[in-house]
Ligand binder design. Structure first.
Ligand SMILES: C[S@@+](CC[C@H](N)C(=O)[O-])C[C@H]1O[C@@H](n2cnc3c(N)ncnc32)[C@H](O)[C@@H]1O
Length: 438
């Protein structure tokens, strides 16, 4: 299909684009071979969160105070970079110099055609494209923002991307090698990330923590440290977003945030976890379902209860996550109905897109309050562990814990779950008060 005058127009968030094919047709790596452009509507939420995080990072001064050099590293349709430019206010977007990189020249041609046909409504910022291998292109200059969204594992791209980071910047990394990261493909996990993960209902959380531990080690090799901003498991992919800061002393503290997760820990393990500040606890008459342990704790790495090495610190930042409210998502990314819409969408279509925008930040700002808490609890696991009947709803147990004076919030994790800073015995008490043992 030729680009001039051709293509199928499509909308995601507030941004319009041209694709050579209908969106539903191009959901896998095969898109390239068949002359289509890869565009996966299932990743729309990830792009919405990217716009919101960009906004927060700029407002908080994480990206310096001059031009922000941003790289949409594996851009495909170019939509992520185009959404930054189109959906941030003109005051913000005018500071952005964005580059889209892809090996696929025809994908870049479509991205450029989309940009010509539907330029940013705020008129701000600049957009360039580079055809080539990201591992080479990324080294051409320093960047404040690098997005890595590959087919499969991000590992091949991290080292060079890390070297390109400015003194203070943000990196966002997706991974679709979830079978490896969640422990189902054990050899791939060990080969790529040097870790083991127990395949249980926290395995996606463990997978994101393995990503953070791996990237923090790469950062330390280049005299940098990372600070997680938001980590999300969204259908088929895991995605972590983090600040990258230059400085040897923070890089030297690398191991403070790396350790192990142990399922069904012993008394001794729970005491060590409490002693290291990795677990809320007072009396340990009832042992919790799992706890974190520091890297130096002597344990048997082949023990099937153990996952790691993984990031044992918070997987997100209170400020960044609390900025992802429904109101802000709609304000930045929600499309507004107009009678002369170029795509001919009616009010219902617009409403459906606005609901999608809202869904992409569900529970994230609520969870921000407890993101540093040590317990992430899947309610099915809790009911099975305690021998109670049906699992409590996350909303109900969060309410009970809050009434008892404990911090708690429903989690954005992909299974019904909550986070809390309550001691284990208070969690048990709350669960029992809702649903006594059978
Ligand atoms: C999963 S798609 C990216 C999706 C895109 N970020 C989005 O939000 O829709 C991966 C893209 O990476 C490109 N690619 C694969 N290996 C590459 C490399 N070494 N350098 C640059 N681009 C590459 C592919 O052509 C493909 O367009």
């Amino acid at each position: 299909m030729s680009i001039d005058g051709g293509g199928v127009p499509h909308r995601e968030g507030r941004t319009l684009m041209l694709l050579p094919n209908l969106p539903e047709e191009s959901q896998g790596p095969g898109a390239k071979a068949s002359g289509k452009v890869f565009y996966n509507p299932a990743m729309a939420g990830s792009r919405t969160r990217s716009v919101l995080l960009f906004r927060h990072a700029m407002d908080e001064g994480m990206l310096g105070d001059g031009t922000v050099y941003a790289l949409d590293g594996l851009t495909a349709s170019g939509l992520r970079a185009r959404r930054w430019l189109n959906e941030l206010s003109s005051e913000r977007s005018s500071r952005i110099s964005a580059t889209m990189v892809d090996l696929d020249g025809s994908a870049l041609e479509w991205a450029e055609a989309s940009h010509r046909e539907f330029p940013p409504s705020n008129g701000g910022g600049s957009l360039e494209s580079t055809k080539g291998d990201l591992r080479v292109a990324v080294l051409s200059s320093g960047r404040h923002w690098v997005d890595i969204d590959p087919y499969g594992s991000p590992i091949p791209f991290i080292d060079s991307a890390m070297q390109s980071m400015a003194r203070s910047g943000v990196m966002e990394v997706s991974a679709t090698d979830t079978a490896a990261l969640t422990g189902s493909s054990r050899t791939a996990l060990m080969r790529r990330y040097g870790a083991r993960v127990r395949t249980d209902s926290l395995s996606h959380d463990s997978g994101m923590r393995v990503m953070l531990a791996t990237f923090s080690r790469v950062a330390a090799r280049h005299d940098r440290s990372i600070v997680p901003l938001v980590s999300v498991w969204d259908s088929h992919h895991l995605r972590v977003s983090f600040r990258v800061l230059k400085g040897v002393s923070a890089a030297n503290e690398l191991e403070d945030n790396i350790g192990w997760r142990v399922h069904s820990p012993t008394r001794e393990e729970v005491l060590a976890s409490i002693g290291s500040g990795l677990h809320h606890g007072s009396d340990i008459e009832q042992l919790p379902m799992h706890c974190m342990l520091p890297l130096e704790f002597p344990l048997d790495r082949s023990d099937p209860r153990v996952s790691g090495p993984l990031w044992v610190g918070p997987t997100g930042d209170k400020g960044a996550m609390s900025s992802m409210t429904e109101e802000r998502a709609l304000e930045s990314c929600g499309p507004e109905f107009t009678i002369d819409d170029p795509l001919g969408w009616d009010e219902r279509r617009f409403e459906a897109e606005r609901r999608k925008v809202i869904r992409s930040v569900r529970h994230i700002s609520e969870e921000s309050e407890v993101i540093s808490a040590s317990h992430l609890i899947v309610v099915d696991d809790l009911a099975a562990w305690l021998g109670t009947g049906a699992p409590p709803s996350p909303r109900k147990i969060v309410g009970t814990l809050r009434e008892a004076g404990h911090p708690a919030g429903v989690s954005s994790y992909g299974r019904p779950s909550f986070r809390t800073g309550a001691p284990w015995e208070s969690i048990v008490e709350a669960a029992m008060s809702i649903q006594p043992p059978m």
